[in-house]
Write a protein that binds this ligand. Sequence first.
Ligand code: KG4
Ligand code: ZN
Length: 353
Amino acid sequence: MLTLGIESSCDETACAVVEGERTVRSSVVASQHDLHAMFGGVVPEIASRAHAERILPIVEQAMGEAGVRREDLSLIAVGHRPGRIGSLLIGLTAAKALAWSWALPLVGVDHVHAHLHAADLGRDAPPEFPALGLVVSGGHTSIYRAAAPGELARLGATIDDAIGEAFDKAASILGLPQPGGPAIDALSAEDGADDRAFDFPVSRLGKGSLDLSFSGLKTALLYEVRGRPQPRRVPGKPELRADAPPVLTAERRRDIAASFQRAAVRAIIVKLGRALDASSGVRTLIAGGGVCANTRLRRELESFASERGLELRLPPMVYCVDNAAMIAGLGRALHERGERAGLDLRAVPTTSA
Ligand code: KG4
Ligand code: ZN
């Protein structure tokens, strides 16, 4: 039961062959980071063109590495939401064309939900349900209650920036290279880094809220680096001057990074605690998304799970970031549950739940 998975929602062109729901036979990811680096963010038109150039060679490479021919495949799964429409359309069109010409069934997969399946890859058995799901990536930050694989109810989500986006913006304010998450992670791990040097805000929102917010944290970091904006001058009064911020020395940059990381991770743990208190019967905590590569988040998720008696399912590093193996694995699970897509499957910019 081999599934070909295709992923092109953002700036990674990916294809994978997965056996059943969990055994990865091949997973090829072509990142476009180098193409977008000089623009400081993903340029949609460049992303779509690069996907179009790369998708078929990547499919061939994934099938070659798995040692399979098209007759060996029994399903095509494609990430069709959420993402940039131009990018999604390339993977979706390739998947439809292959499904039609090879006479294979097609299934559409929600990319955000697939991030939670990544923790299953390479394992022998699925986790115990119900589970709490945490997706922390460059585009999404959400907490779910999962009744079964892919059967998710969203409990909360960011109301502004995704956590990965906040890491990336913080890194750019600190003059660090992109993607910023790994750079902040590395600085925070340096000898002498003081994660309490700056008391950055941990957003809690309303009492009992399971939503998250990272824009206040990002602004606090901005003010710490560049100084507060000039207070508005009152006509007739002497000009008020904001204090210039201290010089951004290497030590200061390192301590700001470590304090930022502490506050960002704290916000996640606070909301997971609330979500768990509000749910009954939860056995497992499943996490996924690029920010799961963060050393401090991984460590704190481990302590949280052990304190609260949950089994923690974290993806191996290689499946934290965008990949097609998670699409293929979840696609197979959905297909087993009877989901089918036709050639009218649409690319959708938003997640389904
Ligand atoms: O899941 P992903 O590859 O893409 C989306 O679907 O958005 O996540 C990419 C994000 C980027 O924002 C990147 O900075 C962040 O994951 N990231 C990290 C780390 N490694 C990647 N953030 C914090 N610490 C890390 N070690
Ligand atoms: Zn992603």
